[in-house]
Design a protein around this ligand. Structure first.
Ligand SMILES: *Cc1c(COP(=O)(O)O)cnc(C)c1O
Length: 488
């Protein structure tokens, strides 16, 4: 993987990174050896596991090393050039470079690199929309400049208006995300929420149904984006619907940002030209540090800039620096090759499952993930996830549309290609992964609960299958090492 990264030719990347990590661990060891041990153990685990969790990836040593510095020690609340603390010049530099790369990479008017995570990016976006659409018009009507100029009574009225807005997003069981208006999340408490699902027959996004719901519900915010929908979305169509009902169009590309960055999603499948605001994580398919980001049109830039102190505290300088490094990597031709391989590999994986008789939600994929419906094997998602894990295949269970087993046990397993593609897995390996996974599922039986009903959690995996599968995956992992040349 390391040879896909831009770097000065004079540096032996793997050897230098090895030295850096060895030194870092030796220093940590002097204070709390158990942390050094856990850090080493995590590298071994990552190297030894067949990671198919669709939201995970492996950031480069350059990205990871960038996070371990004194940039962490600086308070810099505010925005570039406008901080509530003194001596923020280096954080200004770091944040500007991250934003510059993000704007160039995604063709966005404006980029905000401060959010600490995807959920924070969404909070910033939601409150920016509320500020822009609810607060600004109210202040203008009352002829005051800021919220601090309002009387108690005016402020109460405004607060109630904030709490009475509507948001329309994709339903959780169709692949949407918890932060798109669901009750257990703050988004479901701050908005009146309704959701759109997928067509019951095709399991594909039904734009006419989205349109009908939007016209009836008249949301302030229309949200697109997903974490478990294995297809591309036409963002031009979604924007058209938003415009028809006067909604702000927000896209959460947390999962597929790498495919946008790598120009796999272009034209009407690229959210940036169509959305008023685009939110993302930086650690999933984008392969950066754990964090979030908001892209916005000029109209919303000022509102997004108020993310701190609106919902964020001080930005993390070390993580913004690592975002800048990851975004610089994502602007290389090598990253485009990587992103194309992520999508190609997902197709190979899906075809591999289908050829072996498996059922996939929507019948396939055209992004980075597949959603396997395991009910045909007589299993719940929970049982399938556990059996696969016993055999060394790391996935996560996930609801399928209208899932009879609910969100805990589920009937599906989600598999993604970003992480193993980073290791160098190609078509042969992904077809083999499908073969091994199907074999595990065919050899797993649900264990009947004491009630006499089929249990939803317990299962039995036929003798020898776990061992044989682990041996086969170990071979593939050894042939495609994680961080080649990196030795602790
Ligand atoms: C992962 C994800 C998030 C949340 O990201 P965190 O960094 O875990 O907070 C938000 N939205 C979508 C669509 C996601 O897939």
């Amino acid at each position: 993987m390391t040879d896909t990264l831009a770097r000065p030719a004079a540096v032996d990347y793997a050897a230098t990174a090895s030295q850096a990590y060895r030194a870092a661990l030796a220093v940590i060891e002097t204070v709390e050896p158990r942390i050094a041990d856990a850090t080493r153990a995590e590298l071994a685990d990552q190297r030894d596991s067949l990671k198919l969790i669709a939201s995970e990836n492996y950031a480069s040593p350059a990205v990871l090393l960038t996070m371990g510095t004194w940039l962490s020690d600086k308070y810099a609340e505010g925005t570039v050039g406008h901080r509530f603390y003194a001596a923020c010049q280096n954080i200004d530099t770091v944040e500007s470079i991250a934003a510059e790369h993000a704007r160039a990479l995604f063709g966005a008017d404006y980029a905000y690199a401060q959010p600490h995570s995807g959920i924070d990016a969404n909070l910033v976006a939601f409150w920016a929309i509320l500020a822009h659409r609810v607060e600004l018009p109210e202040l203008a009507e009352l002829g005051v400049k800021g919220v601090n100029d309002l009387t108690e009574e005016q402020w109460e009225t405004l607060r109630h208006k904030f709490g009475n807005q509507r948001a329309l997003g994709m339903s959780l069981d169709a692949g949407g995300h918890l932060t798109h208006g669901f009750r257990p999340n703050i988004s479901g408490k701050m908005f009146h929420q309704r959701s759109y699902g997928t067509d019951p027959k095709t399991q594909l996004l039904d734009y006419d149904a989205v349109r009908r719901t939007a016209h009836e519900f008249k949301p302030l915010v229309l949200i697109a984006g997903y974490s478990a929908y294995p297809r591309r979305v036409n963002f031009a169509k979604m924007r058209e619907i938003a415009d028809e009902v006067g909604a702000t169009f927000m896209v959460d590309m947390a999962h597929f940002a790498g495919l946008v960055a790598g120009k796999v999603f272009t034209g009407e499948e690229d959210p940036v030209p169509y959305a008023h605001l685009v939110t993302t994580t930086t650690h999933k398919s984008l392969r950066g540090p754990r964090g979030g980001m908001v892209l916005a049109t000029k109209d919303y830039a000022e509102d997004v800039d108020r993310g701190c102190p609106m919902v964020l505290g001080g930005p993390m300088g070390h993580v913004m620096a690592a975002k800048a490094v990851a975004l610089a990597e994502a602007r290389t031709p090598e990253f485009r090759t990587y992103a194309a391989a992520v999508a190609d590999n997902a197709k190979t994986l899906a075809d591999g499952f289908l050829r072996r008789g498996a059922t996939l939600v929507t019948g396939g994929t055209d992004n980075h993930l597949v959603l396997l419906d395991v009910s045909g094997y007589g299993l719940t998602g929970r049982q399938a996830e556990s059996a696969l894990l016993d055999a060394g295949i790391v996935t996560n269970r996930n609801a399928v549309p209208s899932d009879p087993n609910g969100a805990w046990y589920t009937s599906g397993v989600r598999l993604g290609t970003p992480a193993l593609t980073t290791r160098g897995f190609g078509a042969d390996e992904f077809d083999r992964v499908a073969e091994l996974a199907v074999n595990v599922l065919k050899n797993t039986t649900p264990v009947t609960a004491s009630t006499g009903m089929p249990g939803k959690a317990k299962y039995a995996l036929a003798d020898g299958v776990a061992h044989a599968t682990k041996a086969a995956t170990a071979e593939m992992l050894a042939a495609n090492p994680l961080y080649p040349g990196l030795e602790l």
